[in-house]
Design a protein around this ligand. Sequence first.
Ligand SMILES: [Fe+2]
Ligand SMILES: [Fe+2]
Length: 289
Amino acid sequence: MTKADRARIVFLADDYAGYESRGLLGQHGISVFIEVEKNGKKSHILFDTAQYAEGVIHNANILGIDLKNIGVIVLSHNHYDHTGGLYGIIKHINRRIPVVAHPDIFKPSISIGEDNVRLNIGVPESREKLEAAGANFILTRSPLEVAPGVYFLGEIPREWPHLSPGLEGNYTIENGELVKHELRDDTGIAIVVDGFGAIVIGGCSHSGIANIVKHAESVVKETPMVVMGGFHMISAPQDLISETIEKFKELGVREVHAGHCTGLRAEYLFMEEYGSNFKLLHSGHLTVY
Ligand SMILES: [Fe+2]
Ligand SMILES: [Fe+2]
């Protein structure tokens, strides 16, 4: 199991632009720039692309991050607020680049709410258009090391299925029939830093953030010291949030950095539990391990 010597993690997009953010833009979505160093050599990974490339590129410029150095893009799942920026970012990078995701990433993705139907909440562009722009898709259900110490987690076993709170209203088409979309493509990334442990990042965490963290631990065989991302508990009842917090404690999670679709109630409950080891995500949120 390869470990990085050092990792720098910068949120290039979150729903919250941040306090004293000096020109950074917020947008509904997530995009995370990850820099790892191993034996003096740096590798750069982009986890998710938010929905607008313009906002991600704008924030990267302000933060002094050159997206052209990115060696691989990893997608957490199909939803537009994670994949909508992909086309524009690949055009900006302007060369062929591997894009790692689950094989269901291009499945039709339909949202049906109480009084609202949206026929495409998945990847806005076709696979062909993205490939013509430079994407080289590597679609796998298996975990995959995408850079030294950085692991795409692959399909997440739903050990605690009731802790996958964000599936309602999601539909897909299978064999010509409208069926519930279980979002099996929803996954995360883990970064292992030598002498520290693992940092686990979820995009929307439709698989359940506790399931993602549990799977990350079994893939990288390290304590998940830090968990970041959107936890999609925006409409989760308090007992499910509390149970997720208990799982985090059992798994050894020491720091929680949550935002995007986590929801105010979950953010508050995590903050109550973790105190100063809870951070609210925002565009420009930067940590070094
Ligand atoms: Fe999301
Ligand atoms: Fe989502």
